[in-house]
Design a protein around this ligand. Structure first.
Ligand code: FAD
Length: 377
């Protein structure tokens, strides 16, 4: 298994000027942009300035990260910026923008470079009648970030489709294909998350040429497709319904809709261990009376629904109201959103209020799902 390495955010960094950076990267092919605001590169649209080295080819990406690592300069990889909450002070190292795009289809799979747009890839596989990715339709961001937090939706996680992942191992500088077993996948995590261990350069996904979806596992999706759990449906139909369901929850990016100025679900669904579960259930009953608490099996206990806990703790959709620049989405309590004028501090303050409220009422500590840079929730 690949070792995790603390991310740049907690490593010492050497400050570098744009001219020094240009000299350092002269041979790599990276395009250097001075003082870009990270609010322009992230879907929460918050985050201060940083130097950006844009990498349009895999060779450039490898050479750039190798050069920065050798010089001891902190690196923040940014692709679609849809799972990042960056401090208003920005990033005091170099943002390496993953801007590769290559995609190659096979009869029963696809290989794509890290910077390729994930949902465009899903649409293309569906268009070719390849099954497997349809439940992951509409997730913003890049192909290369999907293994980082083992993206998942509607009962499918990317782990189940990955054949192999091409990595730049930053400890050795070597480029190699890694097997999924090396990446320590879990629920919304892997050894790549919160870690400077490796850069994902490409992924290879195994798909089903039958034109049928993976067996449906998510009740709400199966219902709208008139199916039972375990049934399969034509991939294009499943993609259509997934996009419709997601849009209803503000989970498909739409620049005109502030409910989508978010990082998606802000908190992961908490896993409560078996020994603590009775205590949590007692706290829920004490506050709400006898209620049906949604729980899902998890290896060490039970997974609860973060959205359900947030709502039952008294945080309604749109909380705390129209005067606030950062609010819960009006469609989905699990998304923290920027109404246009929010900064990172506003998002962090809202996240803490919600996290503390849930903890006080039910004794469950919610953990943020996005990667935070320079801020602590
Ligand atoms: C509206 C909305 C809905 C969402 N819905 C879902 C969902 O249903 N399921 C889900 O799992 N997620 C969801 N997300 C979260 C997000 O879209 C995914 O995590 C996505 O994979 C992030 O991709 P990105 O390219 O934007 O990553 P970024 O935000 O650019 O980066 C995220 C992290 O990955 C690192 N990283 C990026 N590229 C690489 C690389 N090539 N190699 C190594 N590290 C890298 C970054 O340094 C950072 O730590 C949603 C987000 C939004 C805004």
């Amino acid at each position: 298994m690949l070792d995790t390495v603390p991310s740049s955010d907690v490593r010492t960094t050497r400050t570098v000027s744009p001219d020094q950076l240009r000299d350092l990267l002269a041979e790599t092919g990276a395009v250097v942009h001075d003082s870009v605001r990270l609010s322009e590169l992230t879907t929460l649209r918050v985050g201060g300035p940083a130097l950006v080295a844009e990498c349009g080819s895999t060779e450039t990406l490898v050479a750039t990260v190798r050069a920065l690592d050798a010089a001891g300069i902190a690196v923040l990889l940014v692709a679609g910026g849809s799972n990042l909450l960056v401090d208003d002070a920005g990033f005091d190292g170099v943002v390496v923008r993953v801007a590769t795009t290559g995609v190659e289809f096979g009869a029963d799979g696809v290989t794509a470079e890290a910077g390729a747009n994930w949902d465009e890839l899903v649409a293309a596989t569906v268009g070719q009648g390849l099954g497997g990715l349809e439940c992951l339709s509409g997730i913003p961001g890049s192909v290369g970030a999907t293994p980082v937090q083992n993206v998942g939706a509607y009962g499918v996680e990317v782990e189940s489709l990955l054949r192999r992942v091409r990595l730049l191992d930053r400890a050795t500088g070597a480029v190699r294909w890694a097997a999924p077993a090396e990446l320590g996948f879990g629920y919304r995590t892997s050894v790549l998350k919160h870690s400077d261990a490796a850069v994902v350069l490409a992924v290879e996904l195994g798909l089903d040429p039958s034109g049928m979806s993976a067996p449906l596992r998510y009740g709400e999706l199966a219902r709208v497709l008139g199916a039972e759990a375990g049934d399969r449906r034509p991939v294009a139909r499943v993609r259509e319904e997934v996009l419709r369901l997601r849009a209803g929850k503000g989970m498909v990016l739409d620049a005109a809709d502030h409910d989508t100025w978010s990082a998606g679900s802000f908190f992961t669904n908490p896993v409560v261990t078996d020994d603590r579960l009775p205590q949590v259930m007692a706290a829920i009953t004490a506050h709400l009376g006898e209620v049906n608490v949604p729980t899902y099996p998890a290896p060490e206990g039970a997974k609860l629904s973060a959205g359900w806990l947030i709502e039952r703790a008294g945080f309604a959709k749109g909380f705390p109201g129209e005067q606030s620049p950062a609010r819960l989405s009006t469609k989905h309590t699990l998304a923290l959103t920027n109404r246009g004028a929010a900064n990172a501090a506003d998002i962090v303050a809202l996240a803490r209020t919600v996290r503390d409220g849930v903890y006080e009422r039910f004794g469950v500590l919610l953990e943020p799902e996005p990667v935070t840079v320079g801020v602590n929730v």
